[in-house]
Ligand binder design. Structure first.
Ligand code: ASP
Length: 318
């Protein structure tokens, strides 16, 4: 019997796996549009459980859809409907699913490192897939953004030498956690932009710079200067205390992306991405987020389904 493979940490995903998953996902992408018949049998007879302890639209729905298109059975173990609400532990919930013969569990939780801990304990019997843990990591978001960029520029090699600027609430963003571990592997330079109140500590910045080569600035124009790809992040107000929430207005005033700000500094042909959900007029204007000539946000959503199909296949069948 084949051993399941867990996908829990972006730090464990090397260039070969990025290549494999994105090239498989590219072949599947034509399926992800209205009025195509979406029935494959790569995972037929397999079962994928989704277990989301934090809200989600894109990640949860795309994993479920990806599993269904590949012919797997799907079950949802959302906390409000399960015995978690009666006080059952997460470990017992996973043990129950393993015993039922479920092949993979896609988990999102506010506890940092939980998917890694579960993979250590149960990874020989079930594939654990990290769909976002606390403020740490979101590996499939990183991979789907790589796929979106490959689609945009034509190949993985074409990304070499590009500059990606990620801005916003860096301290609380698990998207940053995945992107800085995955994207520099492709030769893309990452610059992180935020006011001091949304910046990680100096120690963390030095560490990230040393390990991943990322650079930092508090000056928006400097961050946008010569950028090929710009990604504003959602302000994670659900993770903030009252004081931090009171700073959101100041952030918007100084850093909200609009057509003028990006056009003045970015490289000609630049693109804008966003992991979603977007809070219009906080981190980006509605007009810019929905500008089809600049924004790849819709492409990211479609790439999310194809990439998660490839990721499920990588975890369960390859
Ligand atoms: N959807 C992404 C996440 O789960 C981004 C966000 O929620 O801001 O981290």
């Amino acid at each position: 019997m084949m051993m399941p493979r867990s996908l829990v940490s972006s730090a464990d995903i090397g260039l070969n796996d990025i290549r494999l998953m994105t090239s498989n996902a590219r072949k599947l992408l034509p399926l992800i549009q209205p009025s195509t018949k979406k029935t494959l049998n790569h995972l037929s007879g397999r079962t994928v459980a989704t277990f989301f302890c934090e809200p989600s639209t894109r990640t949860r729905c795309s994993f479920e859809l990806a599993a269904k298109i590949l012919g797997a059975h799907t079950i949802d173990v959302s906390p409000e409907q399960s015995s978690l609400i009666k006080g059952e532990t997460i470990a017992d919930t996973i043990e129950t699913l393993v015993t039922m013969g479920v092949d993979a569990i896609v988990i999102r939780h506010s506890q940092d490192g939980l998917p890694q801990a579960l993979a250590e304990k149960y990874g020989k019997r079930i594939a654990i897939i990290n769909a976002g843990d606390g403020i740490t990591d979101h590996p499939t978001q990183g991979l789907l953004d790589v796929l979106t960029l490959i689609q945009q520029y034509g190949s993985l090699e074409a990304l070499q030498g590009k500059k990606m600027t990620i801005l916003g609430n860096i301290t609380y963003s698990r998207v940053v956690g995945s992107h800085l571990r995955l994207i520099p592997q492709l030769g893309v330079a990452i610059q992180l932009v935020a006011p001091d109140f949304f910046m990680p500590s100096i120690v963390e910045r030095e560490e990230w710079h040393k390990q991943y080569g990322v650079t930092f600035t508090e000056v928006l124009e400097e961050g946008l200067n010569d950028a090929d790809i710009v990604m504003p992040l959602r302000i994670q107000s659900e993770r903030m205390d009252e004081f931090e929430q009171s700073l959101i207005g100041r952030y918007s005033q100084g850093y909200q992306l609009n057509h003028l700000r990006v056009a003045m500094s970015c490289k000609p042909g630049f693109v804008v991405m966003h992991p979603g959900p977007v809070n219009y007029h906080v981190e980006i204007t509605e007009e810019l987020a929905n500008d089809p000539h600049i924004s790849l946000i819709r492409q990211q959503v479609a790439c999310g389904v194809a990439l998660r199909m490839a990721a499920l296949h990588w975890c369960i069948e390859s």
